[in-house]
Write a protein that binds this ligand. Sequence first.
Ligand code: FES
Length: 107
Amino acid sequence: MATSNGNKKNLNLPRVHCFICNQCGYQMEDGEKNHVEGKNFGLILKKICQHRFPKGHVLVYQTSCLGFCKEGISSVIYPQQIINTSLRGGQESQMADLIAQLLQSMD
Ligand code: FES
């Protein structure tokens, strides 16, 4: 097997990986847990990133519990290891803005 860690700038590797918990819910006013929102958040963020960033620069993954379940939808962004724990549906664009800032800071 041939491996190389030569000039990484020439490789088209993803630069940001964003994991969104698709099991997250939060207590709604009627006392029920909203478990759909985490899954929708991930799908919407993925579409925004596909349109906004160069192909392959940002990967959005849906994942199971990240261990931060209390407040809302949870996410982790790598390689910066940024954890967000209180996301709500409708904040997908804000998350994309954060990813844009991170990409800029990596240039
Ligand atoms: S269920 Fe989403 S972080 Fe635990």
